[in-house]
Design a protein around this ligand. Sequence first.
Ligand SMILES: CCCCCCCCC/C=C/C(=O)SCCNC(=O)CCNC(=O)[C@H](O)C(C)(C)COP(=O)(O)OP(=O)(O)OC[C@H]1O[C@@H](n2cnc3c(N)ncnc32)[C@H](O)[C@@H]1OP(=O)(O)O
Ligand SMILES: NC(=O)C1=CN([C@@H]2O[C@H](COP(=O)(O)OP(=O)(O)OC[C@H]3O[C@@H](n4cnc5c(N)ncnc54)[C@H](OP(=O)(O)O)[C@@H]3O)[C@@H](O)[C@H]2O)C=CC1
Length: 279
Amino acid sequence: MFETGLLRGKRILVTGGGSGLGAAMGRRFLALGAELVICGRKLDRLEATASEMRAQSSGKVTTIACDVRDGVAVDEMMDATWREAPLDILVNNAAATFIAQSEHLSFRAADAVLAPTLHGAMYCTLAAGKRWIDGRHNGVVLSILSTSTITGRAFTVPSAMAKSAVLAMTKSLAVEWGPKGIRTVAIAPGPFPTAGASGQLRPVGRDEGWSARNPMGRTGEHSELADLASFLVSDRAGYINGEMVVIDGGAHLRSSGAEDLLRWTDAQWAEQRAARSKG
Ligand SMILES: CCCCCCCCC/C=C/C(=O)SCCNC(=O)CCNC(=O)[C@H](O)C(C)(C)COP(=O)(O)OP(=O)(O)OC[C@H]1O[C@@H](n2cnc3c(N)ncnc32)[C@H](O)[C@@H]1OP(=O)(O)O
Ligand SMILES: NC(=O)C1=CN([C@@H]2O[C@H](COP(=O)(O)OP(=O)(O)OC[C@H]3O[C@@H](n4cnc5c(N)ncnc54)[C@H](OP(=O)(O)O)[C@@H]3O)[C@@H](O)[C@H]2O)C=CC1
């Protein structure tokens, strides 16, 4: 689909790049000639993913254990990365969510979602941006958001809030940092099955008909998201700034995706709270 070497010479950090959509984007970036850095909390999973990537590509992959909720750790990660060479592209992909009735959310539960999804994206963006500006180096920030930024989404309110805030960051910095050579862009994926998202959002007992009700009759392919991300971070998208591109088969035009949960009984919610999965 793309010219060979579209991302040659680009150094890209994908947060949460050890699993799911982050790993899918990373693989595509490598295949297009980029050098990849992936971070997450679980070093063993990052290493396993990096080994697979190295077996498939001759591109360089580096792993860094970093909890993006911790600003000091984010600064240390950026220092370690920059010691080798400046990054060219940051992908804010790390996030957390779970379904819950909002009246049952403790403050700690709200923070468990807001901290990685909102604060993590902000810390990584600030840490990369200040280094780009200090070094007069151009940069791109791609943030992976959600169609909840358009529709809102019942039962995942902290996630909808965090993603909406990162969209506001994307639009605001497009104006503030555009003149400094930094583009900020975003993608709002619809349903793309991953172990993380399914574990948190699609417990047994949830409506199974949602995929068929997508206007395209299916969920997204990871390669479709990876292709869009590759274009948006590439120089070919150099005039796209402050924009969020939706890739969901048209699903959000029909539903926010949470309506089936309005029909859940208190007993189902109690069961969900008891059985909650940890990422
Ligand atoms: C059209 C269609 C489009 C549909 C398109 C769908 C779009 C979806 C958009 C977004 C998708 C994603 O983000 S998908 C990505 C999903 N991946 C992940 O979530 C992976 C990362 N997850 C995690 O790290 C964890 O699972 C996380 C949720 C943060 C909790 O881990 P932590 O260690 O931080 O937290 P803990 O110490 O266990 O708990 C902290 C507090 O949170 C509470 N808590 C934790 N899990 C809870 C749960 N399931 N339900 C209630 N409360 C919970 C605990 O009770 C604690 O509160 P107290 O009891 O008060 O102490
Ligand atoms: N799959 C889908 O249908 C959709 C996904 N999205 C978005 O796509 C992105 C990827 O999700 P997906 O691949 O599905 O799910 P995953 O659970 O696989 O991805 C989440 C990643 O974030 C990392 N992460 C979580 N918390 C932290 C933290 N505190 N510090 C560093 N890394 C962290 C995890 O690694 P670790 O646990 O090692 O820290 C993991 O690699 C997310 O932003 C999600 O909101 C949006 C809409 C739909």
